[in-house]
Design a protein around this ligand. Structure first.
Ligand code: 13P
Length: 293
């Protein structure tokens, strides 16, 4: 069974100046689409659920079981990480108990001291079970599944203090936003990214990956970004392909109304989006990261 935690994979990416895509799943089709893309490209993959998506699907135990069963049923052989995205304290503990391989504890809305104490507790609980941990400093602008951030830039001293708790990788606000970027978006704050990278010397995570110009992401990867989170891009691709199917009247031809037929173009579009992004972020085929296995 190729389920692994994310620590070694993301560390190998950091060392090799490439990046691993972390794709949010929302249901079975999403899960199959992401796994199919990873298997086809022979790359490791982080598949993650937000708290909202986990609630929608039936909870952490359901998600863990569904993803693990899908990995098995599809005969997936590449390393797969089941990760909690933006978990609060309770969610992180639940995901650890449910058997996730990796959790993000997002304490950005707490006082820093509280964020720090709870991060330490989650690290202790998770590491005792071989589960990797992501923490957050600063905040990611915009809203994702009810988690709202003002988009404060990460404070370098706070980042250093959080990094010292033993976390495996750190999400940092550097002007990135969840969801679609507004036309007047000023771009990533590379000066702050440089300061953070110099200070923490650990893999950094770029949230809000959808819609950031490729050259900015690629530059960020050379400056310590080793995990790129993507959700909206796959949602847009799924919606577009599904709309085209309906607008072409295909649901009214033969058995085109069968959900397995109706959801196929959208599902394939997610796989294509996965493959396209994975290509330009430089995620390495499995055989090229033996130290990660
Ligand atoms: P996007 O929806 O903007 O791609 O962000 C995804 C994300 O950062 C998940 O944590």
């Amino acid at each position: 069974m190729p389920l692994v935690n994310a620590a070694e994979l993301v560390k190998a990416a950091h060392k090799g100046h490439y990046c691993i895509g972390a794709f949010n799943t929302n249901n079975l089709e999403w899960t199959r689409a992401i796994l199919a893309g990873a298997q086809e490209l022979n790359v490791p993959v982080i598949i993650q659920t937000s708290m909202g998506a986990a609630k929608y699907m039936g909870g952490y135990e359901f998600c863990q079981t569904m993803i693990e069963a899908t990995v098995k049923a599809m005969g997936i052989t590449v390393p797969v990480v089941i990760h909690l995205d933006h978990g609060n304290y309770e969610a992180a503990k639940e995901a650890i108990a449910a058997g996730y391989n990796s959790v993000m504890f997002d304490g950005h809305d707490l006082d820093f001291e509280d964020n720090l104490e709870k991060t330490k507790e989650i690290v202790k609980l998770a590491h005792a079970k071989g589960i990797s941990v992501e923490a957050e400093v600063g905040s990611i602008g915009g809203e994702e599944d009810g988690v709202v951030g003002e988009g404060e830039l990460a404070d370098v001293e706070e980042a250093k203090t959080l990094a010292a708790t033993g976390i495996d990788f750190l999400a940092a606000g550097i002007g990135n936003i969840h969801g679609q970027y507004p036309d007047n978006w000023k771009g990533l704050h590379f000066d702050r990214l440089q300061e953070l990278n110099d200070a923490v010397k650990m893999p950094l995570v770029l949230h809000g990956g959808s819609g950031i110009p490729q050259e900015q992401v690629q530059k960020a990867i050379t400056m310590g970004i080793s995990k790129l989170n993507i959700n909206t891009e796959c949602q847009l691709a799924f919606a577009k392909a599904t709309r085209e199917y309906i607008e072409a009247g295909k649901d009214q031809q033969g058995k085109g109304f069968d959900p397995r037929k109706m959801l196929k173009p959208g599902t394939d579009a997610i796989t294509d989006t996965f493959k396209e992004i994975t290509g330009w972020i430089g995620n390495k085929p499995v055989k090229m990261v033996p130290e990660a296995l």
